[in-house]
Design a protein around this ligand. Sequence first.
Ligand SMILES: [Fe+2]
Ligand SMILES: [Fe+2]
Length: 208
Amino acid sequence: MLEDYRKLKKKMKKTLPELRYRHSVNVANTSVALAMCYGKNLDRAYIAGILHDCAKAIPDEERVQICEKEGIEVTEVERRNPALLHAKMGALMAQRDYGIKDTGILNAIRYHTTGRPNMTMLEKIIFVSDYIEPLRDRAPRLRLLRMLAFQDIDRCVYEITSDSVAFLEKRSKDSMDQMTVKTYRYYQRLLKEREGSEEQNGPREGNC
Ligand SMILES: [Fe+2]
Ligand SMILES: [Fe+2]
């Protein structure tokens, strides 16, 4: 497996600009730490993390063309903001160019920007790691989110999507992917239901 990691990293290093490559390595390492915390497979976390942005270096115009050619649905929001397509395309390239067959890994790449309702733990790990990895410094509340990721990953997903929806509402609703809104609403409801059951049954135990 170590040899496989090396091959993936080497190919990613050739494909991506230096800073994007360092971000990918950080996401892979953060994902492994979270997989340790939540008792999940470390190899899958590393592979999904290192590859999650593998389509990032493809120019915007090409992204739309390639997706259409490959039969991948392109929404109106994605057509206006082709950068959003790098997640869907990343899943395609991870399968086609990096030989990944594990659908759990491919879905974690596919949903790493928007999340989706009822994510698997691997999907949540990649979604959260992409947001909190050590090189990130622009998002608000990073200190809180980094702690929350290891204590209560569902709440961390909720807080991230809540910030993203608030940010996009202020900036431009045109660039808001509806899946981000669906993810936000799903985790908002999940936490409310959980709080209701904690009122009845007492607080749940921590994850780590
Ligand atoms: Fe990304
Ligand atoms: Fe990323």
